[in-house]
Write a protein that binds this ligand. Sequence first.
Ligand code: TRP
Length: 331
Amino acid sequence: MNMKKVLVTGDRPSGKLHLGHYVGSLLNRVKMQADHETYIMIADVQALTDHFATPDLITKNVHEITRDYLSVGINPELSNIYIQSQIPEIAELTIYYMNLVTVSRLERNPTIKTEIAQKNMEDSILVGFLCYPINQAADITILGADIVPTGEDQFPMIEQTNEIVRKFNRIYNTNILKECSCLVGSTGRLPGIDGKKKASKSLGNAISLADDSTTVKEKIWNMFTDPNHLKVNDKGRVEGNVVFTYLDIFHENKDEVSALKDHYQKGGLGDVKLKSLLYEDIESVLTPIREKRQTLTNKQVIDVLQNGTQNARKKAQSVLHSVRNVIGFNY
Ligand code: TRP
């Protein structure tokens, strides 16, 4: 019997993966796949909750995201990469969970609240969107997840998942569902290049893993620094300066970063110098990823998705079978 802990995670394919995903969760997934039973979901159904009218934005990215995964070192021998919409059992489980969650609890979910505000949806909240945390609870529990490696913004989803698990087990007097824990990358949240709180494809402020060198350079050159640092000799601010935030994460030599910070604060250190350094650091992350991407064929990508989806579905079917039994739907 396989006693490895189960790791379940995923991303919406409504945009390409970027450096925020890389430091927030991809590195953890790559590291952990060797000694965990790993499932990585491409959450196309969830992406539809805010892109239902433009599904091609989602579908055309499914293969791209798979390429991103494989290029950063997700190994299809160790990790199952699968597509949410191809596992209808998740939708069925979502329906059962809907009886266990109140509308007001969903409205209080901090991630949902932020997204509603961001999209100015306050007066027209769609049921599908409001319920996506329930769908995500089904994603996670239908594979018996122990650990969910993901970005910091997903904490509220895990909390809500565990509430559903406890309620289900209590009401149906069972222990078939497991609580899980969230695992966030050690570097925390990566800000956008514009200084906004979070790098995100939809805000157009992220460096994608698939960006070419010219695009990366352009983005770094446009990065938000200190708007009052106009001349090299001006004293500069380090707090809120995105170039330093990125150097803290991507520059290996931490002593050098703190020396640069001192210099910048005293005056005499130009932005271009810092940006050139950061460009080298980010290129050294992205170059091997680009090289790996070059080697992937379409057939490989399709095979990986087919295999991963088949494995995930088998497991989902068995968990759903237990759920139906517990409810009594076994006529
Ligand atoms: N909500 C996640 C995101 O926006 C994607 C996701 C869907 C997910 N289902 C999941 C993450 C299950 C972890 C586990 O990125």
